[in-house]
Ligand binder design. Structure first.
Ligand SMILES: Nc1ncnc2c1ncn2[C@@H]1O[C@H](COP(=O)(O)OP(=O)(O)OP(=O)(O)O)[C@@H](O)[C@H]1O
Ligand SMILES: [Mg+2]
Length: 268
């Protein structure tokens, strides 16, 4: 599949931390590249960057996204080309964020600076045009910080699609409802889609319970659920040693990721 006419930017966000954003965004971005698309994955979690660890980059990063945002380089300089590392059919590039304490401190200070964030939004919008129009990129995927971080809001504003990842527990649901109704809808005018992740297997096994819970969530949040992913010990056990879709190509988690990738190919 060439996917030559697709140009989509997608933010993966959540109300609470630890819902599975980085895992889902990395594996989905890699899957899209394996299916022949040109993909750019960006680590937009400046408070707790994790992609350089997930992709085991160690000392292999020349420029960080921090350098691009500080205007020390272009975004294209800060993209690591991992196409041959993963043998993907399409080009697979990742922008990593510096996980050092000093870099996180610096980004935390910028995080509250509205003028700096406004400049960042313009940088993202310009970079998006460049990647799509000059470099033929098909998908840009932003892995964001949970909650109301301005950097996440910037990524969301620049994205055509917004995916919220949540666990089906009450705390997460109530917070997510506030995020959807108070921020996405009223302030940003964005309609998200949902991924319910880490769904207990006991619920998945009972058709009646599963349908009731999904119906309740759909009604409470009023948005479409695009995927329900079970809680798999194997995903936890993987411990970031290898990307899951590579480690276990036949596993149901990998199948869920493939389903999500085809959703992104189709969604208008
Ligand atoms: N479906 C799943 N089943 C079991 N464990 C999962 C599943 N999805 C993610 N995890 C595990 O949950 C943990 C958190 O995942 P991840 O880092 O992707 O979340 P996150 O939303 O990016 O977190 P943060 O908000 O801190 O950035 C990881 O240990 C990951 O392996
Ligand atoms: Mg994360």
């Amino acid at each position: 599949m060439s996917g030559a006419t697709i140009h989509k930017s997608i933010s993966i966000h959540s109300f609470k931390g630890g819902t599975g954003k980085s895992n889902i965004s990395s594996n989905t971005a890699l899957t899209l590249a394996r299916r022949g698309h040109s993909v750019v994955l960006l680590d937009f979690d400046f408070r707790a960057p994790s992609l350089s660890t997930l992709f085991q980059m160690k000392d292999g990063v020349k420029y960080w996204l921090n350098d691009w945002l500080d205007q020390k380089c272009e975004l294209t300089d800060a993209l690591a080309d991992l196409t041959s590392k993963f043998g993907t059919k399409g080009k697979f590039q990742v922008g990593f964020t510096n996980p050092s304490g000093d870099a996180i401190n610096e980004m935390t200070q910028h995080g509250l600076d509205e003028a700096w964030q406004a400049r960042v939004l313009q940088l993202i919008l310009d970079a998006k045009d460049t990647l799509f129009e000059r470099h033929g990129v098909n998908f840009i995927v932003f892995d964001t910080s949970p909650g109301f971080a301005l950097s996440s809001i910037n990524a969301i504003v620049a994205s055509d699609h917004l995916i919220l990842v949540l666990k089906a527990d009450q705390q997460d649901l109530v917070g997510t409802e506030q995020l959807i109704k108070g921020v996405y809808d009223q302030t940003l005018g964005k309609q998200p889609e949902l991924i319910l992740n880490k769904m207990p297997v006991s619920i998945l096994k009972s058709k009646e319970k599963y349908e009731r819970i999904l119906g309740e969530i759909q009604q409470q949040l009023g948005v479409r659920i695009v995927s329900v992913i079970a809680c798999f010990c194997e995903v936890l056990e993987n411990l970031g040693s290898q990307l899951f879709v590579i480690a276990k190509p036949e596993h149901p988690f990998t199948k869920s990721i493939e389903h999500l990738a085809s959703h992104f190919e189709k969604v208008k």
